[in-house]
Each structure stands twice: as C-alpha cells, then as structure tokens.
Design a protein around this ligand. Structure first.
Ligand code: ZN
Length: 373
C-alpha cells in the first residue's frame, strides 16, 4: 500500500510538473505593519452637544465603532488643570494645578504622569500655550511641540504628529501620542452670522483637521482616546463665549470616547470623568463616579451672578449626583439644584481653597484674596 501511495504521489507530481504554468516569482515580503500607538486627542472648548454625526462626522463615525461615554465630566473649565487631570488621573486640588500655567500654577512634581506610566516613547503636539509645557504638562514626554505663545492652527500639530510617527523610534515601536487642537476656543473664526454659528464652524474644522491622523492611527491598530478639556457657554449665561467663569453643564459635560481594534461598540451612560483618561489609555475600566466634584475656574459676578469673591480664588464648588447638585459659593453659602443627596452638601463645601500661584507678586496674591496669608 505504501509503495502504491508513493507511486501515486510521484505520478501526480510529474503530471503537475508537466501541466502547471511556471511558478511565479515569490512576492516580496509585505512591509511589516507599523506598530500601534496609544493616542490621546484633546479638543479644546468642545461642547458635548456639538459631538454628533452632523457636527463632527469623522469623530462620530469612529466613536460608533468604539466605547462612547455619554456621561463624562471635567473637574474645571480651564485648559491647564483639565489637561493635568487627563495626564495624571487626579483632580485639580490633588495634582496642584488649580488654574492655567500663565497664572503661575504648576503640576505637583511628585504626582505620576501617564507618559511615564505607559513606558513608551512619548510625543506631545499641542496648539495653545495653556496646554504647553509651562507648569509641567511636558513631564514624561520625549518631544513636546507647541507654540511659544498664543495658539496655532490644529493642522500644524497634526502634521507635526504625523511626521513624528513616520520616522525614527515611533515608526518602529509603539508610542504614546498626545495631540491637542484649539480651534473651538474663542475668538471664533468663520463665516457664520452669529457666535454660535462660528463656534460650530470651528468644531467642524477641528474634526476635519483630524481626519488624516485618525486614518493613520486606525491603520496602525492604535488605541485612541478622544476628549474635550471642557465645553463652552454660548448663550446660556450673561457672559457668552467663555468657560472659565462657569459651572454650567455646557462647560462641565464633555465628549469622551475610546476606539481600539475589535472593540464591541457601546454607549456607556454611567458617570465618568477626565480623571479616567489614564485608565482608558491603558485599556482599563473607568472608575465608578456616583458623585462628581467640579469647580469654576474663577468667579466674576457679572458673568456668574452670585459668585464671590471675584478672581481666581473665588470659585463655585460643585458636587453632583443623579438627582441634582450642590453649589458652594465661598462666603455666600451653599444651595442645591434639583434633589441631590443631602450628604453631598459637605463635599461641595470641602474643596480646598485655591493657593496663590507660585512666584506670585504681592499684588497678584492680594488680588486673589490672600492678603496676610
Ligand atoms: Zn481649554
């Protein structure tokens, strides 16, 4: 039987050799797939109600294939502290950056940052000074690329990020990438007749600007976390086109989603926050936040009636749950909106006061209400 089988194989081989076309030359090995990236994309001043198929088609399409967190919150409507929360997982009163870097506030030097935790070569490409290195947001990054002052178009940050990914170590190994776009932040540019129309144009421009980066990141099978640092007041309060003075839901409620290859699409309605970003970047589950704490970046009674004292130190503190929220106004008392758990009142009153910025002059310190301290 064995001989018969071998003979059959030989005959078959000869027949194949006689009838088959010449074997084609072997194809060259395809280029190895570029390594995946762990990516954080932040869009400044992006309202939750401007995250939709109409407002942000590229981001919305990606979010439909990932995990969308529709109940996500920022602890503050200020760029530097909110980004510090995303990079550390800590709240502003924990990581120490209670106001923007240009006011002298810094990230505490002893708190861990996600760029170190991930242990990957890390690059940051930001579009405005408050997201820049001053104050310590650059800690853990091998390259930190941004404007020396003011802002720059998001396409520059995107182009620089794509160039960085295309060569050297990020082209050969997994990397951590942070890209920050500033388009929706005022002053709004565009052709619209109203501020709201021009704001929508800026949001759409940010979305379109990100398209080539999203294509490259998804091609590489990356893990992508997309979030806003805070939203914006348009027409809801006496002072529109701002966020730093407000605790309005339009400021505190932010878009947040994660995309990774093979992810089961889902919409999560449990409350999460920007302090969960480091966990999401690592593929971990967010924490459970039945209660969320937040504060305004400053108070200005003409913009947020009732808040006091004026300035960086005079903040509204907020503790919210599913029933409503407690708002504590220093020197003016604590009141509720809706029906929050009564026990949360003490939480709203517990946020530590804002320290004067490091290196503040006597005049600045006095302006913050710290005379004699
Ligand atoms: Zn911002």
């Amino acid at each position: 039987m064995l001989w018969a089988l071998m003979l059959q194989i030989v005959i078959s081989s000869l027949l194949w050799a006689c009838t088959a076309a010449p074997a084609p030359a072997p194809a060259p090995d395809p280029a190895p797939a570029p390594p995946p990236v762990v990516a954080l994309i932040t869009i400044d001043t992006w309202r939750f109600d401007h995250f939709s198929a109409q407002d942000t088609p590229n981001l919305w399409a990606l979010a439909q294939q990932g995990q969308r967190y529709d109940n996500a919150w920022t602890p503050i409507g200020l760029t530097s502290p909110a980004h510090a929360t995303m990079l550390t997982g800590l709240m502003p009163w924990e990581h120490g950056m209670r106001a923007n870097n240009h006011h002298g506030y810094r990230l505490r030097s002893d708190v861990p940052v996600i760029a170190d935790t991930l242990g990957l070569v890390a690059g940051a490409f930001v579009s405005a000074y408050p997201a820049g290195p001053a104050g310590g947001l650059d800690r853990g990054f091998d390259i930190f690329d941004g404007p020396d002052s003011g802002e720059r178009p998001g396409r520059i940050a995107v182009n620089h990020a794509l160039a960085w990914l295309s060569k050297g170590e990020p082209a050969q190994h997994s990397a951590f990438l942070w890209v920050h776009l500033y388009e929706p932040h005022g002053p709004y540019k565009g052709k619209g007749a109203t501020d709201s129309e021009r704001y929508s144009e800026e949001v759409a421009l940010a979305d379109a600007t990100l398209a080539p980066l999203l294509a490259e990141l998804t091609r590489r099978g990356s893990r992508i976390v997309v979030a806003a640092d805070h939203g914006e007041v348009l027409t809801e309060e006496p002072c529109g086109r701002q966020h730093e003075r407000s605790i309005a839901p339009q400021v505190l409620h932010v878009p947040l989603f994660v995309w990774a290859p093979g992810m089961v699409p889902s919409v999560i309605t449990a409350r999460v926050g920007l302090s969960d970003v480091p966990a999401l970047l690592q593929g971990l589950a967010p924490a459970s936040h039945s209660v969320w704490l937040a504060e305004s970046g400053m108070c200005e009674p003409s913009c947020a009636p009732g808040c006091a004292p004026t300035g960086l130190a005079g903040r509204d503190a907020v503790a919210m749950d599913d029933g409503g929220r407690w708002i504590h106004r220093p020197g003016l008392g604590t009141f509720s909106e809706g029906k929050p758990d009564p026990a949360l009142r003490a939480l709203a009153e517990s946020l530590p006061p804002v320290p004067p910025p490091i290196g503040a002059s006597a005049a600045e310190t006095a302006a913050l209400g710290y005379v004699g301290e």
